[in-house]
Design a protein around this ligand. Structure first.
Ligand SMILES: [Fe+2]
Length: 220
């Protein structure tokens, strides 16, 4: 008897001491004065503020942390050692009400999110075999093994979450969002605690796969 356990998926939640003096966090938050922020006041359904920072040297230490956690992912997954590189990187500032609908990242091997602030939006990872698991759930005695297709993580400041790029994921609206009414008649002020993340895609450096099996890919 051979037991094939198909498609186990490893997601790692690593932790680093965050950006201690908050310099990077402040740099990103201060960009709120940019055009996107102004436009968002008029069109609230605009997606969260995204900035490409792939080549920004200020973010180099975040890239190094991502590669270090990605190496652990490769090791724990039982793969041969791979040379990995961050090939895309962007910051996202969530104003509280915004979320991200489910998506994945084609043309990458691993995707990562680093959390620079407290009070983060929850990250939802979606199991592609989830439908099948729900179907058999009533017959399973230990239902704790089948939580359905959605795995929800509440990230902390300093967390680095890494998962395969093919995995669909979404971001919830922020449970910490607060709206309060202050002072004078009709004056309403919204207290927004921005949640700031740095997202990345990682690719394999060099050739990977087997030429005889036609699975060989020449990457970056
Ligand atoms: Fe994403």
């Amino acid at each position: 008897m051979i037991k094939h356990e198909l498609f186990p998926t490893l997601v790692l939640q690593d932790h680093f001491s965050a950006d201690d003096n908050g310099e990077l966090l402040n740099t990103i938050i201060n960009r709120k004065s940019g055009d996107h922020y102004k436009l968002k006041q008029i069109i609230p359904e605009l997606p969260p503020q995204l900035y490409g920072v792939h080549k920004d040297p200020e973010f180099e230490w975040v890239r190094a942390r991502a590669v270090s956690t990605a190496k652990k992912w490769v090791q724990y997954s039982g793969l041969e050692d791979l040379d990995l590189k961050v090939t895309d990187m962007w910051t996202t500032t969530y104003d509280g009400k915004t979320n991200l609908t489910q998506h994945n990242h084609p043309n990458a091997f691993l995707s990562a999110v680093y959390y620079l602030s407290d009070n983060n939006n929850q990250l939802v990872l979606i199991d592609p075999a989830g439908v099948a698991k729900w179907q058999i759930m009533p017959k399973v005695i230990d239902q704790s093994k089948f939580k359905g297709p959605y795995h929800v993580i509440q990230p902390n400041k300093g967390d680095m979450i890494i998962f395969p790029s093919w995995m669909y994921h979404s971001v919830q609206t922020n449970a910490y969002y607060k709206k309060r009414t202050t002072g004078g008649r009709g004056v309403e002020e919204e207290t927004v605690i921005p949640a700031v993340t740095i997202a990345m895609n990682l690719s394999i450096v060099g050739g990977y796969g087997d030429k005889d099996l036609h699975t060989f890919n020449e990457n970056i």
